[in-house]
Ligand binder design. Structure first.
Ligand SMILES: Cc1cc2nc3c(=O)[nH]c(=O)nc-3n(C[C@H](O)[C@H](O)[C@H](O)COP(=O)(O)OP(=O)(O)OC[C@H]3O[C@@H](n4cnc5c(N)ncnc54)[C@H](O)[C@@H]3O)c2cc1C
Length: 446
């Protein structure tokens, strides 16, 4: 199928060579997103450098009746950053992170986590975010944001002070807890539904060098170690981030337990002792270096399939289900990841933000990937079956930033939260211009 081609004087006059249309040598790269299974052909990719660009791009798209997608880092698993026969508002020119004297950081709508981590590290501070440096700050923050520092510092959106938002009507407004509490609540969890965030302002937190380690455990001991992590998680110091990953780095599956200690390096050994891990690598490093450690495990263009779940506890049943999933690993590069949450994430009252599932103790990702499309059917079957078992032992919820379009949003959010989001959506975007993967449809006040 060939995509719609738009050649509009207003578009070409204003965007010049920042308008990338089919036929342009840059078009294939401009439409590609992180997940190589996404093959969506938009009518135009418009590189937006500021809020005025975004407002104009929205006006052009809407006048032509074309659908719109917003692209931050392009990581959303279902490819929500592109839209068929529509206009992609590519925020990549807005890749900045500027520290202010008051200890806050202003971050452009198209910045990546690496941009944010490097800027804050230069002044010995941090914003808690994800674990892969090429992820977009935009999508991650608007959907919550979890990572190594979550138990100590909460979600990324918990450090958010304000958002500069261009609405569907093309108006720019600064949204914070004082100006529009209802919208600010909605932006922290389901934020991609309400407008284009051109600038985020975050509070930052002191951060020195961290101690990062990894131990590898054979599969026949993996359930025991996972169960021990689950048993001691609630008592572990909050400064200890833990990510257990069942994977197959060579011929046989193993459990890799990675951890990051973000308090005084001298206390790291005592902090990890309850995990009872075998000897492994341990290094004291600056935080941005840790944040790039697994970048190469998730390259752009790989063919990924991912299903998320949340666990209230990691007991023997959950541990055995995870290990059993690893014994059935299909070909390719499958992974089962378990990330420690709790602590500061759960300190924030559930009703304070739209983000669902703050009480979950662990987030789980079931990920399949392979270069060969012929392997995909078997991979997806494995991921769906494994996920069904693990999710059945979990909270019934999922971290929305890892979910595809199949998730039943009303069930995960609960009816009152879903209805409230639909009313905010009706006020901000009554014509339903913004349709991210976790899509809230407008609903008038009744
Ligand atoms: C390899 C990898 C590692 C990851 N690791 C983590 C992790 O450690 N922690 C974690 O919390 N999440 C993680 N994620 C999930 C990540 O949070 C989501 O994929 C998120 O959608 C990424 O945002 P993005 O801007 O890169 O993606 P995009 O696909 O560009 O955007 C995602 C959604 O947000 C919208 N959006 C993006 N920017 C803006 C903006 N400025 N204004 C309005 N809407 C916007 C888009 O329209 C789209 O609907 C990871 C994902 C991948 C692929």
């Amino acid at each position: 199928m060939t995509a719609t081609t738009i050649r509009l004087p207003a578009l070409e006059r204003h965007f010049g060579d920042r308008a990338i249309l089919p036929g342009d040598a840059r078009f294939e790269a401009a439409r590609a997103v992180w997940n190589g299974t996404v093959d969506t052909r938009p009518a135009a990719v418009l590189r937006c450098a500021d809020a005025a660009d975004v407002a104009l791009a929205l006006r052009i798209a809407r006048a032509e009746g074309l659908p719109v997608a917003v692209r931050g880092g392009g990581h959303q698993i279902a490819g929500a950053a592109v839209v068929a026969d529509g206009v992609v508002l590519d925020l990549s020119p807005m890749r900045y992170a500027d520290i202010s004297a008051d200890g806050t950081v202003s971050v452009g709508g198209g910045a990546l986590l690496g941009d944010l981590d490097r800027a804050t590290d230069r002044v010995g501070r941090v914003v808690p975010a994800g674990t892969v440096s090429h992820t977009g700050v935009g999508g991650l923050t608007l959907g919550g944001g979890v990572g190594w520092l979550s138990p100590r510092l909460g979600l990324t959106c918990d450090s958010l002070i304000s958002v500069d938002l261009v609405t569907a009507a093309g108006e720019t407004r600064t949204v914070d807890a004082g100006t529009d509490p209802d919208l600010f609540w909605a932006l922290r969890g389901l934020g991609a539904n309400f407008g284009v965030a051109t600038r985020f302002v975050f509070r930052t937190h002191p951060q020195g060098p961290v101690v990062a380690g990894r131990s590898e455990i054979p599969l026949d001991r993996a359930a025991e170690v996972l169960t021990r992590i689950g048993a001691c998680a609630a008592e572990l110091p909050r400064a200890l981030g833990v990510l257990a990953r069942l994977e197959r780095p060579a011929a046989v599956p193993v459990l890799g337990v990675e951890w990051v200690w973000s308090a005084d390096p001298a206390d790291a050994a005592a902090a990890i002792r309850p995990l009872g891990l075998p000897a492994g690598t341990v290094r004291t490093r600056r935080f941005p270096a840790v944040q790039t450690t697994v970048d190469h495990r998730f390259p752009h263009g790989g063919r990924y399939y991912l299903k998320p779940a949340q666990l209230a506890e990691l007991g023997p049943a959950q541990a055995e289900a995870l290990v059993e999933g690893a014994t059935r690993f299909p070909a390719g590069d499958p992974q089962l990841e378990v990330l420690r949450l709790g602590g500061a994430v759960a300190d924030v009252p559930q009703e304070a933000t739209a983000f669902p599932g703050r009480a979950a103790a662990f987030a789980v990702n079931v990920t399949a990937s392979a270069d060969d499309p012929a392997l995909e059917a078997a991979q997806r079957r494995w991921a769906r079956e494994t996920h069904a078992v693990i999710a059945g032992l979990g909270t019934g919820g999922a971290y929305l930033n890892f979910a595809d379009r199949e998730l039943d949003l009303a069930t995960v959010l609960g009816a009152p939260v879903h209805d409230r989001l639909r009313r905010v959506k009706h006020r901000l975007d009554p014509d339903d211009v913004f349709r991210p993967a976790q899509h809230i449809t407008p609903r008038p006040e009744q």
